[in-house]
Design a protein around this ligand. Structure first.
Ligand SMILES: [Zn+2]
Length: 405
């Protein structure tokens, strides 16, 4: 199933044909496209082999695309360890096409851009491009140190900030710190987010700090750029996809993405991000199919030969009163899990009964109770001052795997 009808998509498939032509020039990938016809219809496109993250990086290393106008920006793209893999984008980051369909900001807004800048991260610049198109006031804050939050928050209140944007885990910090410091942002109406799944616990802190604020989300990646957007009336996991992005639901509900934007530098042709999803009507009532993201198919980690569904463990931990955010840390020795820990970021001043939660998770999680049957002390739940974030990507993922040498 596709996000666009044949009538809407097929006149734009010349972009996919050009992408295929470019991919055929990549020595490592050429063979897989042998015998495949040029896509003139959606069926032809669905028959093409999908691309994985590594394939795209291989292609980009060969193609080294260059923007037609202005600068070619290099951004981090994929790979959670080692040297950054690179994705390319022209100045503007394709946000004109997003802004044509989605305008969460207007000229009267005072917008705090809290996505981290630098380190070849894309989201800060993408949000700046959207603010530029919106004609609003922009305060480019980026990431701040732990002790800087109260001063910045007071500044935001004094400047009558109306909008803020960041990854949900960064927004969690801003709102939790504001709540702990007793700072309110009465003028804040809009919370823009991108980069991770929405965190329902955010709504609680938002209600206390900025009762009139509503969420406005984007879904995308550094490879595809923005694929879809949503608003306060849409469920947080459901996005209205853009006409220049063709989304396909394949086997096992895996989503793949094909760009129909002729300016796109990355050769995005049936590219799989690892996200699963489905296409269905959105409860907001907007016509046409919307993309509901069902989570990542790669969020299952092998623990002593058994699959551990990380999202379920994290969700259970985050339902615990006083827990702001949780993370699963798997420590491996020689490829075998020596321990699994659930790290908890408590709300400021909150006490968490870690032993009770530990027992509850163990009894609810077959994988853990079985894998640690003989050494239950190697499954731990503990509170921490900060979760482990990836220094390269700035993201705090649900799962961290460490090799203990
Ligand atoms: Zn909707």
């Amino acid at each position: 199933m596709f996000s666009l009808t044949p009538d809407a998509a097929e006149p734009r498939l010349h972009v996919a044909r050009r992408t295929l032509e470019r991919l055929r020039t990549v020595p490592e990938l050429a063979a897989r496209y042998t015998g495949h016809a040029e896509p003139h219809h959606l069926d032809d496109l669905a028959a093409l082999p999908p691309l994985a993250k590594d394939d795209l990086n291989t292609a980009l290393a060969h193609l080294e695309p260059k923007a037609e106008h202005g600068a070619t920006w290099l951004f981090q793209s994929g790979g959670s360890t080692g040297a950054p893999k690179i994705g390319y984008a022209p100045t503007g980051f394709y946000m004109a096409g997003v802004h044509a369909h989605w305008q969460p900001l207007d000229p009267d807004d005072v917008f705090v851009n809290a996505w981290g800048a630098g380190r070849m991260w894309g989201a800060h610049f993408l949000a700046a491009a959207l603010a530029d198109l919106s004609g609003c006031q922009i305060i480019a804050v980026g990431s701040v140190a732990a002790d800087e939050y109260p001063d910045w928050l007071s500044f935001f209140a004094a400047r009558r900030v109306t909008a803020v944007g960041g990854t949900p885990s960064v927004l969690r910090l801003w709102f939790a710190r504001a709540r702990a410091a007793g700072i309110t942002l009465p003028d804040l109406r809009k919370v823009l987010w991108l980069g991770e799944a929405w965190q329902p616990q955010l709504a609680e802190d938002m209600a206390a700090v900025a009762p009139r604020a509503r969420r406005h989300g984007m879904f995308g990646s550094t490879e595809t750029w923005v694929v879809g957007t949503n608003g306060p009336e849409c469920p947080a996991d459901t996005f209205h996809t853009l006409p220049e992005q063709l989304v396909h639901v394949g086997p096992d509900d895996l989503l793949d993405f094909t760009t129909l934007n002729p300016e796109m530098l990355n050769p995005v042709l049936r590219y799989r991000t690892g996200d699963a999803g489905r296409l269905a009507a959105c409860p907001c009532g907007r016509p046409g199919p919307a993309m509901q993201v069902l989570g990542r198919r790669d969020s299952v980690v092998q623990v002593r030969g058994l699959g551990l569904h990380v999202e379920q463990v994290v969700a259970q931990a985050e339902r615990e009163p006083g827990v702001t955010q949780a993370q699963v840390l798997v420590t491996e020795q020689g490829g075998r899990a020596s321990s699994v820990e659930v790290l908890l970021l408590p709300a400021p001043g909150a006490e968490v009964d870690t032993e009770r939660l530990r027992k509850a998770i163990l009894s609810a999680t077959f994988t853990l109770s079985t894998a640690f049957q003989h050494d239950p002390q190697c499954f731990r739940v503990r509170t921490v001052d900060a979760l482990i974030s990836n220094g390269r990507t700035g993201k705090t993922s649900d799962l961290v795997v460490r090799e203990d040498s």
